[in-house]
Ligand binder design. Structure first.
Ligand SMILES: Nc1ncnc2c1ncn2[C@@H]1O[C@H](COP(=O)(O)OP(=O)(O)OP(=O)(O)O)[C@@H](O)[C@H]1O
Length: 309
């Protein structure tokens, strides 16, 4: 009798609202129609979908907030890490969860969360969801969910933002070109009660383990431990940069004597010269002072955390 009642309740449960926020500019353009994929693969007994397109940078945050206000249980970012960041800003600290259909060129957070990069499979994950709470961070008040950084990776984000080219090979070409002109600036990193001063090539703050494209800046980062991993890389020459690149792609950077790691919940950086910085790969500007903070378990996501990339 009780069994029948549960079955009947399951049958009458209405699908919950899911908003898909799609950035038409993200990733390498392809002929795949995401609305068609959603129509074909989303379980409409589980989710009642609504699809909205972004019209400009920053729009996804407004759309995500509107979706939450309209009662969405799930807000899905369809795009790369920039779109994921914008949607997650509107979803964190609410009763809605973030989903990801990875359509970018790097897909760092999706990879860390074990979300399939093949869209029908990512939709299958939404159909049978596992919900997790993950940490998020801010750098000078700008939220990030994957990584942020100062120095060379900040410079690269600024040049990439101005470029119309997307994809891994364009990115690698840009990194090599900018490396030749880059000059490490002096900075003081205040972390766990110590002041560390040096000419830093990169100061990276990792909530997740990778930048994207399986480039692991902090292979041991745990997105649910309430701590960020800080990776300090001091001034490097060409040979060391190649070694670092190899370490990033082979998950071995934590064993390199070129990188130093700390875990913490807050960190400050001061620099006499303005430094470029990024949040989730998006260029955020220049500053001489930085404060990076951690907000434990502040974002609910649909993920497959056991299947970390
Ligand atoms: N309609 C739009 N027109 C132009 N830019 C947009 C639009 N919608 C969003 N954007 C901006 O596009 C930028 C890139 O988005 P996103 O990061 O998702 O893609 P990507 O750069 O191709 O992927 P990845 O970050 O994985 O390399 C973001 O800065 C976002 O603000």
């Amino acid at each position: 009798m009780a069994k029948t009642t549960v079955q009947q309740m399951e049958q009458v449960t209405a699908p919950e609202k899911a908003y898909f926020i799609l950035n038409p500019k993200s990733g390498v353009q392809s002929s795949i129609s995401v609305p068609d994929l959603i129509a074909e693969h989303l379980d409409t007994a589980r989710w009642s979908p609504e699809i909205v397109l972004t019209q400009h940078a920053g729009h996804a945050t407004d759309l995500a907030r509107q979706a939450v206000a309209a009662g969405a249980r799930l807000v899905v970012a369809v795009g790369g890490d920039g779109t994921v960041n914008e949607v997650a800003r509107g979803v964190k600290d609410t009763s809605a969860a973030l989903g990801i259909l990875p359509k970018g060129s790097g897909n760092g957070l999706a990879r860390h969360l074990g979300i399939p990069l093949v869209l029908p499979q990512a939709l299958a994950l939404l159909n049978e969801p596992t919900f997790h709470h993950i940490d998020s961070c801010t750098i000078n008040g700008h939220p990030f969910f994957c990584t942020a950084g100062i120095g060379f990776d900040g410079l690269v984000s600024s040049v990439f933002a101005a470029s119309t080219k997307r994809g891994l090979s364009s990115y690698v070409q840009l990194v090599v070109r900018e490396f030749r002109n880059f000059k490490s600036e002096t900075a003081t990193v205040s972390i766990n009660g110590r002041d560390l001063t040096s000419d830093f090539f990169v100061v990276a703050f990792a909530n997740a383990s990778q930048y994207g494209n399986n480039a692991y800046i902090a292979p041991n980062a745990d997105i649910q431990d309430g701590l960020m991993d800080v990776c300090l890389i001091r001034h490097v020459g060409v040979a060391e940069a190649i070694q670092l690149g190899f370490g990033l792609m082979t998950k071995q950077i934590a064993h390199s004597n070129l990188a130093e790691f700390h875990t913490c919940s807050t960190v400050q950086v001061q620099s006499p010269e303005p430094q470029y910085f990024h949040a989730d790969g998006e260029f955020m500007g220049q500053a001489t002072e930085f404060e990076v903070k951690m907000y434990p378990k502040s974002l609910e996501v649909i993920a497959s955390l056991g299947a970390k990339a």
